[in-house]
Design a protein around this ligand. Sequence first.
Ligand code: ATP
Length: 258
Amino acid sequence: MPTCSAPSPLVALHDVSVRYGAQTVLDRIRLDIPPRRIVTLIGPNGAGKSTLARVVLGICKPDQGQVTRRAGLRVGYMPQRLRIDDSLPLSVDNFLALADAGTRHTGRQAALARTGVPHLQQRAMQALSGGEMQRVLLARALLRRPDLLVLDEPAQGVDVSGQDALYGLLAEVRDELGCGILLISHDLHLVMAATDEVVCLQHHICCSGTPDAVRSDPAFLDLFPGQRPSHLALYTHEHDHAHRLDGHVSCDGHSHDA
Ligand SMILES: Nc1ncnc2c1ncn2[C@@H]1O[C@H](COP(=O)(O)OP(=O)(O)OP(=O)(O)O)[C@@H](O)[C@H]1O
C-alpha cells in the first residue's frame, strides 16, 4: 500500500543553542519548517524570536546544534523595519531593482500588484506610509519566488484592518507559491486566526502546535496570563452539534434550512 509521508522540511533546527556572552538566548531549539505551512513565533520581548529567525536565515551561527536546509532553498526576508536616509533619492522601483538586479521592470510591477500596491512603483520610499512600506517590503521578498518567506513582525505600524488584509495576503501567497512561511508576531489574536502552527518561545520552546492546542496549553497561559479565558473578551466554543438557521440545535446533528 502506498504510504503518505510528510514533506521534508525546508529548514530544520536540531538542538540549536545561541549565547551572547553569559546569556543563553536560544536553548536547544528543535524546529521544522515545512513547505506550505505558516509557522508563527510568539514570545515576550527579548525571548529570542529575531535571533531564531536569523539562525533560520543563516546570518547567525549557532554555538551548538545543527541547521539543515533543503538544497537550493530560495529565501525571501521581510525585516522588522528599514531605515532609509531622507536625503537619498530612491523610488520604490529603484529600491526593488537594487534588491534583485536580475528582475525586469514588469517583474517588479507584478510583485507590487501581487501585494496590492501597483500604484506605488514610482513613489519615493521616504513618502510611504507604514502599511505601504510593509507591502513594498513583502513585494521585495516575493521577487525571488522564495521557497521560504521569513517575516519579522510584518504587521508592525499597520492598522487592524490592514493587518487582517496582510495576513490574508500571506495565506494567498503561501497557496500560490507553495512556500513555507516563518512569521514573528506580537499580535496573538491575529496569529491564532491565521497560522497553521504556533511556536511559543521564551529562550526555549515552551509549547508548540496548532493555535487551538497552544491556546489551552498551561505553558502558553503562564507566558501570556492575559490570554486566560477569564481575561478574554472573545467568545469561542467547541461544536459537537449543528444549528438550524433559527439558532436551535438540530436533532440529527445536521443543520437544516428554515
Ligand atoms: N548581537 C547581539 N549581541 C548581544 N545580545 C544580543 C544580540 N542580539 C540580541 N541580543 C539579546 O538577545 C536577547 C534576544 O533578542 P531578540 O532580538 O532575539 O529577541 P526578540 O524575542 O526578537 O525580542 P523583541 O520581541 O523585543 O523584538 C535580548 O536580550 C537581546 O538584547
